[in-house]
Design a protein around this ligand. Structure first.
Ligand SMILES: *Cc1c(COP(=O)(O)O)cnc(C)c1O
Length: 378
């Protein structure tokens, strides 16, 4: 067998919606497909306002602009995350302050946040790893007590929830990704979720090259001008047309992924009982979207050997983040308060298994068999 790590799922309607947008002759952003996507995100997440962007990276950069971050301001986040979480804030010369993760969910340890707060702290950026929610009640109450803003990196969290609330809709701002490797895709793509009415108008302006063009089109001003420092963060209409086909089927896609996730979870139980690894943990208050299936190998098991054995058997398993605090830019511009012991351990022991909609039971059994063989040979 030759099993890739990921295969993008297409609903079959993407090309006809793109053809329709082409036929309508509107190719720039904010056409009818973009509006449909905005409405869908607002309805399913109950956020105040949704704005499509060309990536989650762009949505995080918009968040940094919206929060008026200045050089030297501090932003608290996990080190075990994707580059964009920190890069968006570092671009404004803010300082990423790395806090360790929890061993169960691999999300930022909410108990360690307060010790990292100084008078320069302006924001906390929880990352919902694998689409499983962070402990948002604790994070929000810490932030509100100290007057700090919360930006959820919900790149992996579309259609996940925490205590019944959609990820991305709980903090002041939230960011989604529709990158090809995520659950709901448009190649490159993302969205900024604004949950605070005061930030909505500036959000629109920052996304539209710093102009009040959106208000002009709504007839609220008679000409549009340069109002803020912004950029061009919006996607073209062809991308939104593709995304609309995916959003229409987003619930079905998520259910299909949850079935695959549940099968892995059952197949791998035995390996956990034998002490080789541990399986993902989903707290009771979280409903997840089966963004990925990972395992954390027990201490002492050589991950690179396991990965290379899986690969030679044709299983496209991969590791995940090199923690940002140990990256070239992270060491130069970031700060950390503790030794980030769990981030270091997890980044060396975690394996992500092949996962896509349409994966068969036979393929999953093959992956788990090969994983078992690689582990028992160690
Ligand atoms: C994928 C991802 C991003 C970046 O998303 P893009 O849409 O590719 O910019 C940011 N943060 C996390 C946690 C991600 O998983």
């Amino acid at each position: 067998m030759d099993l890739p790590f990921n295969k993008p799922y297409m609903t079959g309607k993407e090309l006809s919606y793109i053809a329709d947008a082409h036929f309508n002759g509107q190719l720039a952003g904010d056409g009818p497909y973009t509006r449909r996507c905005h409405q869908w995100i607002e309805e399913q997440s109950l956020c105040e306002k949704a704005l499509l962007t060309h990536s989650c990276t762009a949505a995080l950069e918009m968040a940094a602009l919206l929060l008026n971050l200045e050089p030297g301001d501090e932003v608290i986040m996990p080190s075990y995350t994707f580059v964009s979480t920190a890069n968006a804030f570092a671009l404004r010369k803010a300082v990423p302050v790395f806090v360790d993760i929890r061993l169960d969910t691999l999300n930022i340890d909410e108990q360690k946040i307060e010790a990292a707060i100084t008078e320069k702290t302006k924001a906390i950026v929880p990352v919902h790893y694998a689409g499983v929610g962070c402990e948002m009640d604790t994070i929000m109450s810490t932030a509100e007590r100290l007057g700090i803003k919360v930006v959820e990196d919900a790149a992996q969290g579309v259609l996940s929830s925490y205590k019944g609330r959609a990820l991305g809709s709980i903090g002041h701002l939230g960011a989604y990704s529709f990158h090809e490797t995520k659950n709901i895709i448009s190649g490159e793509g993302g969205a900024l979720l604004i949950n605070h009415p005061d930030l909505c108008e500036r959000g629109e302006i920052i996304r539209e090259k710093g102009t009040d063009r959106s208000r002009f089109f709504r007839g609220l001003v008679d000409k549009y001008t340069w109002q803020e420092i912004g950029s061009s963060f919006l996607p073209g209409e062809l991308t939104s047309a593709f995304l609309w086909a995916q959003l229409e089927e987003a619930r079905e896609i998520t259910l299909a992924r949850l079935q695959i996730w549940d099968i892995y979870h059952r197949l791998i139980e035995g390996l956990e009982r034998e002490g080789y690894l541990r399986r993902p943990v989903v707290p009771d208050e979280c409903e997840h979207n089966a963004h990925m299936y990972y395992v954390v190998l027990s201490d002492g098991i050589d991950r690179s050997r396991v990965l290379s054995e899986l690969r030679s058997a044709g299983v496209g398993a991969v590791f995940h983040y090199v923690p940002l605090h140990s990256s070239p830019v992270g060491t130069r511009y970031g700060k950390s308060k503790d030794d980030l012991e769990i981030s270091n351990f997890v980044s060396e022991q975690l394996i992500r298994l092949p996962f896509w909609v349409g994966m068969t039971l036979e393929e999953q059994m093959f992956v788990v068999d090969e994983l078992g063989k690689a582990l028992s040979q160690g």
